[in-house]
Design a protein. Sequence first.
Length: 123
Amino acid sequence: MPHLNWPGAAQVVRIERSREIAGKTTTEIVYCVTSLTAAEADPRRLLDLARAHWGIENKLHWRRDVSMNEDRCRVRAGARALAALRNLVLSMLRSTDASIPAAREAYACDRSAALHAVTGCIL
């Protein structure tokens, strides 16, 4: 798509989404750019790819935001490292029998248990 002046762009996709909450309908229009050609991805596949992307966003990022207040964090340098640490912590918390909020509360109250969970030994 030379008129886009975007290296690698093969298609632009327009997706219109509507949802109803408490009787009020809202509509959102989003645009996506992809390197997949029309032969590689028809409209159905493009929609599936967009939904898969938002599935990841809703499952992982939502959980990091709700459980770890990620959206309120103002750190810019090292943000990827912090995201990786949050993912590690969430993974560790999921391995407990408790819910994530309950496990966070328990480890906040008992720091030696948190250190034991990370290091495998009692300090």
